[in-house]
Design a protein around this ligand. Structure first.
Ligand SMILES: *[C@@H]1O[C@H](CO)[C@@H](O)[C@H](O)[C@H]1NC(C)=O
Ligand SMILES: *[C@@H]1O[C@H](CO)[C@@H](O)[C@H](O)[C@H]1NC(C)=O
Ligand SMILES: *[C@@H]1O[C@H](CO)[C@@H](O)[C@H](O)[C@H]1NC(C)=O
Ligand SMILES: *[C@@H]1O[C@H](CO)[C@@H](O)[C@H](O)[C@H]1NC(C)=O
Ligand SMILES: *[C@@H]1O[C@H](CO)[C@@H](O)[C@H](O)[C@H]1NC(C)=O
Ligand SMILES: *[C@@H]1O[C@H](CO)[C@@H](O)[C@H](O)[C@H]1NC(C)=O
Ligand SMILES: *[C@@H]1O[C@H](CO)[C@@H](O)[C@H](O)[C@H]1NC(C)=O
Ligand SMILES: [Zn+2]
Length: 309
């Protein structure tokens, strides 16, 4: 018994001293792992000029008419997927029959996996931000160009990977369909454990309406090795989740170090020379569901009416 104990503590010590990458939330004063600012030491791409996530400044985004609606294939078909705790998050494996075209992408991209980024106890946990505002959680659905065998291969091309990002926002209602994700995560509490989710549809978690309004920029994976091979799509429409559901997220899983998996996001990176594009034309102000804008528009229309009389 003693031998087993000491062996496991040696293994634990080795693990803590191995200089593995970790999130800011995992750093202790003894610095036993490499936090986000040090990722570039072992993974040079993490220090590149086209890194993700970023803060999107809405007054600086450029309208691109080529950013048309997405065409989702197989997103309403039920499939069985596996989920695995990878030590820094849990990945839900997706079948390549779920694929994507349109959305200003060249050709088809097939689904690989999805995962989530969250904070601590329901506080800010998204990776991207909009005008400096962060959301409590962010969903990433990872796709690769249909010509690639796997993610490793796709990461070798600057447009090999497409990631769809959705923000979560706390609402009064519980998100019934998201309960299945929470239940699945409960079954993979420890690193390297896996479980199955049966008869799942991607349309169960992606909001149906408004796949038209989104931001697009070129960036990277947000975890080491940070390859700059990702076409990012950040949707304006958010996914609703109850406060209780949101606050449960950081209690579901454990890091490889057996600490609660909380604060799993990378800080925003510099935009540098890049431009963020939007699918929404600037002059569509009148269609915004905003009361003040509506009143202003009404005034415009009424005002014009008067002039013509
Ligand atoms: C990361 O780099 C440090 C110093 O450059 C090195 O000591 C450590 O072994 C490396 N860690 C990994 C996981 O490669
Ligand atoms: C940090 O290092 C100090 C001194 O070496 C040690 O006493 C303490 O237990 C360490 N803390 C952790 C969390 O490893
Ligand atoms: C999922 O697994 C269940 C039970 O193993 C099986 O009955 C069902 O046919 C599977 N569904 C699909 C789409 O493969
Ligand atoms: C989480 O936040 C809620 C308020 O939103 C608070 O009531 C609760 O005590 C917090 N829990 C922890 C573990 O900090
Ligand atoms: C991806 O495919 C290549 C070529 O077949 C293979 O060498 C590599 O191990 C694969 N990577 C993964 C993560 O499966
Ligand atoms: C990357 O993919 C695009 C689109 O499939 C292709 O045109 C280009 O040649 C590829 N680049 C490299 C370096 O393989
Ligand atoms: C999980 O698997 C990885 C890779 O095989 C290994 O390095 C790690 O120690 C494993 N973690 C646990 C908790 O067993
Ligand atoms: Zn991610």
């Amino acid at each position: 018994m003693k031998a087993i104990l000491s062996l496991s503590s040696v293994l634990l010590a080795l693990k803590l001293c191995s200089g593995e990458w970790c999130y800011q939330s995992q750093l202790s004063c003894n610095h036993t792992c490499e936090g986000p600012s040090q990722w570039k030491i072992n993974y040079t791409s993490c220090g590149g000029q086209k890194q993700s996530p970023i803060n999107i400044i809405t007054s600086k985004v450029k309208y691109d008419p080529k950013l048309t609606s997405f065409i989702f294939h197989g997103h309403e078909d039920a499939f069985n997927m596996s989920v695995e705790n990878h030590g820094h998050s849990a990945h839900f494996t997706l079948p390549p029959s779920a694929h994507l075209s349109g959305g200003g992408l060249k050709g088809k991209y097939k689904a690989v996996q999805f995962h989530l980024h969250w904070g601590e106890n329901g506080s800010q946990g998204s990776e991207h931000s909009v005008d400096g505002e962060r959301y409590p959680m962010e969903l990433h659905i990872v796709y690769i160009g249909e010509e690639y065998i796997n993610l490793t291969k796709a990461l070798q091309n600057s447009t090999g990977v497409a990631v769809l990002a959705f923000f979560f926002e706390v609402t009064a209602l519980q998100n019934q369909k998201f309960e299945r994700i929470i239940e699945a995560l409960k079954k993979v509490r420890h690193e390297n454990t896996t479980s199955k989710v049966e008869n799942f549809k991607l349309s169960d978690i992606i909001p149906q309406v408004n796949s038209q309004k989104y931001y697009r920029y070129s960036g990277s994976l947000t975890t080491p090795s940070c390859e700059e091979a990702v076409l990012w799509t950040v949707f304006q429409q958010t996914i609703g989740i109850s406060k209780m559901q949101m606050e449960s997220m950081d209690k579901l899983l454990l890091f490889g170090t057996d600490k609660p998996m909380a604060g799993i996001f990378r800080p925003v990176q510099n935009l540098n020379e890049r431009v963020v594009y939007t699918s929404v034309p600037a002059h569509s102000l009148c269609v915004l569901p905003n009361l003040l804008t509506l009143i202003l528009c009404l005034f415009c229309v009424l005002g014009q009416h008067k002039c013509f009389h």
